[in-house]
Design a protein around this ligand. Structure first.
Ligand code: NAG
Length: 381
């Protein structure tokens, strides 16, 4: 955690320098924001919020916060790096958010019909009272088409999925950054086994709390999982080490649900594929994404206990069964299919996201023309 914190601070400092250098050189500076527009709305507002209180989030007595354009955010879901205002990372991040608001424009990997309230708050300037807000262009959802390695053999997990009924398999994957503690993995396994549901599980494990962010060598599944688990579930479950072609998996007809850490890429991939989510946020702005998915977009439910960093087998069993086999899941599914359709419309040729990108190019051209005819010609012709 600490080491990652240091790396982030360095990387953020470089960002701050880059936008400053661009300004000094008179070059238009645009920000590509790879998270939700709702997260942008919060981040843009935080430097303002900062001046209204002396208390760190971690010391606040209220349980949730009201920011413009987003549902109430539980204080505990504010990213870890923003919890303590006396840390260097907090200060650097606040500085970065101030800089984002001074960019010539912000490109966001999202679409307006997904986050109407946040996008409106951003465009109306309520996130940044008394100051001019740069234009915001929603150009998403941009997701990878597939794993990028075209001529390669189909991954074994896709062949395995072929043999299962439509919408019957739950997919569990916690992103490409963190590993879960072996203790937690064993609890997930117990819950999955008791749920009697089909599953495909991408597993990254560690037995050291301080190494959750370090790349792990492939683990020995037999050591990590409970005794006999693989054997007992072999007809309805598959566990793979480290990596799976997630976009292909989510778009496979057999997948009916997704247990996800709610990273923004994974979230958009699930939305484009129309797969409802059980939210299990782990770090960064994933907690905010969880609030968004469950309270605003209503295509997900929370895996209880993840806030306390430990989920019990009973909860895994119950939530997985609920999403895969209950009557109650229908509403969630219908919402997700409606959102999937909106995502398709957003990305249509001449749809709103393409229009936003064209608008960005037009604005950029205007900025460059305002400075120097020739350089803009060579840049954009
Ligand atoms: C999200 O996806 C983009 C585009 O595929 C990629 O460049 C980026 O590294 C991904 N982010 C994370 C955190 O994996």
């Amino acid at each position: 955690m600490t080491q990652t914190g240091i790396q982030w601070t360095l990387c953020l400092k470089q960002f701050v320098q880059i936008t400053e250098i661009a300004r000094q050189l008179g070059i238009p500076a645009y920000v590509h924001f790879p998270c939700a527009a709702s997260v942008l709305a919060i981040y843009i507002h935080l430097p303002v919020f900062h001046t209204t209180t002396d208390t760190s989030f971690k010391d606040m007595e209220c349980t949730s916060l009201d920011f413009p354009g987003v549902p109430p955010i539980p204080v505990a879901d504010v990213p870890y790096t923003l919890q303590d205002r006396d840390t260097e990372i907090y200060q650097t991040r606040i500085e970065k958010f101030t800089q984002i608001a001074e960019a010539d424009g912000i490109l966001v990997n999202s679409f307006e019909s997904l986050e109407e309230r946040a996008v409106r708050a951003l465009k109306d300037g309520v996130c940044l009272p008394g100051r001019k807000m740069p234009p915001v262009y929603c150009i998403g959802p941009l997701v990878k088409k597939e794993n990028g390695k075209e001529i390669e053999e189909r991954h074994i997990c896709l062949t395995w999925l072929d043999s299962h009924p439509k919408g019957s398999v739950i997919f569990l994957c916690f992103g490409s950054v963190v590993a879960l503690l072996i203790d937690q993995i064993k609890q997930i396994a117990i819950g999955l086994e008791r749920s009697s549901q089909r599953f495909l599980w991408v597993l990254r494990s560690t037995n050291d709390e301080n190494k959750m962010f370090e790349p792990q060598p492939d683990s020995d599944l037999h050591f990590v999982l409970p005794d006999g688990f693989l054997d007992r579930t072999k007809n309805r479950g598959m566990v793979i080490n480290s990596w799976a072609p997630q976009v292909d998996v989510l778009n496979h007809a057999s997948i009916g649900g997704f247990v996800s850490h709610c990273g923004w890429n994974s979230t958009l991939e699930a939305i484009v594929a129309g797969v409802p989510i059980i939210c299990w946020p782990i770090f960064a702005e994933q907690g905010i994404n969880k609030v968004l998915l469950t309270e605003e977009i209503k295509v997900g439910v929370v895996m209880k206990g993840c806030e306390e960093e430990f989920v019990r087998p009973e909860e895994v069993e119950e939530k997985v069964r609920w999403l895969m086999a209950s009557e109650g899941r229908r509403v969630l599914r219908e919402h997700m299919l409606a959102v999937k359709e909106k995502a398709r419309e957003a990305m249509a040729e001449d749809g709103p996201s393409a229009k936003a990108f064209t608008e960005f190019l037009r604005d950029l051209r205007l900025k460059l023309n305002g400075q120097d005819e020739r350089s803009s010609d060579s840049f954009l012709s």
